[in-house]
Design a protein around this ligand. Structure first.
Ligand code: FAD
Length: 340
């Protein structure tokens, strides 16, 4: 069981900045995110796109913003629990007991929900056995491409991720790319590169085909694919990768007894607390009159929620407002030397 002052749900830009605000006032946070990487929508949906409305940054990308937010919280040595979805939240005396889908348990007087539009989840294969082999032969993301070295790999999907990985893995594995339509949806350059590799005999492409069955007992041995005319083909394979995009699900948040308004969480704008004491909601997931779904609004919300958390995390202390420019305790927490 991990004890902390605040459990932050969501490692998007707003969750990250909330960690900084908590750290400045001396509160410790742990962060859980369902994705395999930090950055929320900025990283998952638009890492290379320019953002023009972050205060004092004329332009940055989703990726560079995330990098800078991480740099800013470095002094607080925050633990991130990625690939983990917060599943259950129950009250236990003065704390919230939070359980993830990996059965990790956190105990904290405060929770900040910075869950954006809910948890991003990959669209999955809907055929028999797909669940049984998940993470054992079927994958929806790649952590280390070398895992597939010299193996037989079938990649499904018609967008950029499927094409990019088919191209990348064709250099080290025996790859078959399968898509249910003739045309790929990815950028022209990637489609052309994949077709070139096919001509060179370094990548097999099967269109228009869909997965039909998976064969194997303890490990995948082969799959069959099916086209619209009912023709099936059997392909011997070690691994099956699916890149069908992400779906956003409010997910378990809806089951924690928190008031909801059209899949958003209404908050008190004084401290961004929900209807439950010690549970705060900030960023895209919260709603209040005039709410703007912008990163800069989420930053402000995180600053106030952090102060809101202080009361329950330090019941015997009084919160003192301080500027970062002049506060000695803030400088100590940041590890800033006097001359800095
Ligand atoms: C294409 C595009 C362009 C944009 N451009 C701009 C722009 O120019 N300027 C701007 O200000 N905004 C822009 N936005 C909006 C901006 O990205 C969002 O306002 C911002 O990402 C919200 O941040 P967040 O931290 O609240 O949520 P998100 O970034 O959505 O992060 C939430 C995180 O919470 C995780 N999560 C949710 N539920 C759970 C759970 N139960 N357990 C574990 N983890 C969970 C999710 O996996 C996710 O990583 C843009 C959005 C898009 C899609």
């Amino acid at each position: 069981m991990i004890k902390t002052d605040v459990l932050v749900i969501g490692a998007g830009p707003v969750g990250l900045f909330a960690v900084q605000q908590l750290g400045l006032i001396g509160l410790k946070a742990e962060v859980v995110d369902n994705l395999d990487k930090i950055g929320g929508q900025c990283i998952e949906l638009y890492p290379d796109k320019p953002i023009y409305d972050i205060p004092a940054l004329p332009v940055c990308t989703g990726e560079s913003l995330t990098k800078n937010l991480l740099e800013q919280i470095k002094p607080f040595k925050t633990n991130f629990h990625l690939n983990e979805r917060v599943q259950e939240v129950v009250k236990e005396k003065n704390n919230w007991k939070i359980t993830t889908n990996k059965k990790n348990v956190f105990l904290a007087p405060n929770i900040i929900i910075a869950g954006g539009v809910g948890s991003f989840e990959p669209r999955k294969f809907s055929i028999k056995n797909a669940e049984k082999f998940e993470n054992k032969g079927i994958f929806y993301s790649i952590k280390d491409k070398n895992y597939f070295k010299n193996k037989k790999v079938c990649i499904f999907g018609g967008g950029d991720s499927a094409l990019d990985w088919a191209i990348e893995l064709s250099g080290l594995a025996e790859v078959t790319l399968v898509h249910r339509r003739h045309e790929f949806r990815g950028i022209k350059k990637s489609t052309e590169r994949a077709r070139e590799l096919e001509k060179e005999g370094r990548l097999k492409i099967k269109t228009p085909f869909q997965i039909n069955s998976i064969e194997g007992q303890d490990k995948i041995e082969a799959i069959t694919i099916l086209n619209e005319q009912g023709k099936t083909e059997k392909i011997a394979t070690d691994y099956v990768l699916g890149f069908f995009g992400l779906i956003m699900k409010l997910g378990p948040i809806a089951e924690w007894g928190i008031n909801l308004e059209k899949k958003h969480i209404p908050v008190d704008t004084e401290n961004f607390q929900t209807n439950k004491e010690g549970i705060f909601a900030i960023g895209d997931i919260c709603t209040y009159p005039g709410k703007l779904k912008l990163i800069l609004s989420g930053f402000h919300e995180g600053a106030l929620a952090a102060r809101g958390c202080f009361k329950l995390a330090r019941p015997n202390e009084k919160y003192r407002f301080e500027f970062t420019t002049t506060s000695k305790s803030v400088h100590e927490r940041l590890g800033v030397k006097k001359s800095d």
